[in-house]
Design a protein around this ligand. Structure first.
Ligand code: 6PG
Length: 245
């Protein structure tokens, strides 16, 4: 990982602001170039403040009508469940914006997991005009990092990390909300750009594992995220970057 792909911010607030700045910048670049911005959101708690900033402080920095929202993974819960990644994005961002329903490509957390995965795959194929064996190319994928080195819902030791054909799969994970739908490694690795947003002391060991640890994707699945024709940007706060040399 070249140093230029790693940006360390002083603290969590600086991390959230920089992440919002980067999203707004990449949105402008994509909309100018392609007329739209396909943004794949991450879940969990870390990105919430950035989503809030995008919809408030950066509201006028993005041409929101040209943005299409997707998710890297979703918990298999209803959209109004506090654990829903869609629900978090809705509370922090969508509820503050004026968006058309067709801009939001939600994973159907309320449906049976395999059904939700298949439906999401069909949505991706239709939107990106994919043929058999093709993968969607998101303008930007946001990812978080678990303290056990998972990303999206690709967990250590999970067969999901070896999936090379499906776009989205149903998985069982060792975390609250065990049943999930996750995009697969090849989808992430077809992105034009992946941006990890990672903060807090609890992530320092996982960050060290991914960026400077031995190559061991079984234990450190986020090591698999390496877009073939795209780049990876790591936004870290100082506590999360503490163990990096
Ligand atoms: C999820 C996320 C997951 C998350 C990490 C970090 O659905 O939980 O996709 O990969 O990004 O677990 O979560 P925190 O930001 O809450 O630490």
């Amino acid at each position: 990982m070249s140093a230029s792909n790693i940006i360390v911010l002083d603290d969590a607030q600086a991390l959230y602001v920089r992440a919002a700045e980067e999203v707004a910048h990449f949105a402008g670049e994509a909309i100018c170039t392609h007329g739209e911005f396909t943004l794949c959101l991450s879940g969990g708690a870390t990105p919430a403040a950035t989503y809030e900033l995008l919809a408030t402080r950066f509201h006028l920095s993005v041409d929101w009508k040209e943005v299409r929202f997707f998710w890297g993974d979703e918990r298999c819960v209803p959209p109004d469940d506090p654990a829903s990644n869609y629900g978090m994005a809705n509370r922090t961002m969508f509820s503050k914006l004026t968006l058309r329903p067709d801009q939001i490509h939600r994973i159907l957390g309320e449906a049976p997991p395999e059904e939700a995965a298949r439906a999401y795959e069909e949505d991706l194929r239709a939107f990106f005009g994919l043929g058999e064996g093709d993968f969607p190319r998101f303008n930007l994928v946001l990812l978080g990092l678990g303290d056990n080195s998972h990303t999206a819902s690709l967990f250590p030791g999970s067969p999901a990390i070896h999936e090379t054909e499906r776009l989205a799969i149903a998985v069982e994970v060792d975390a609250p909300e065990r049943r999930r739908v996750s995009l697969t490694v090849p989808v992430f690795n077809h992105a034009a750009r992946v941006m990890f947003i990672v903060g807090g002391e609890s992530k320092a060991q996982a960050v060290k594992n991914i960026l400077q640890g031995p190559r061991d994707p079984e234990r450190f699945p986020a090591q698999l995220i390496a877009p073939e024709d795209g780049d990876v940007l790591w936004l870290l706060d100082k506590p999360a970057a503490r163990m990096l040399t």
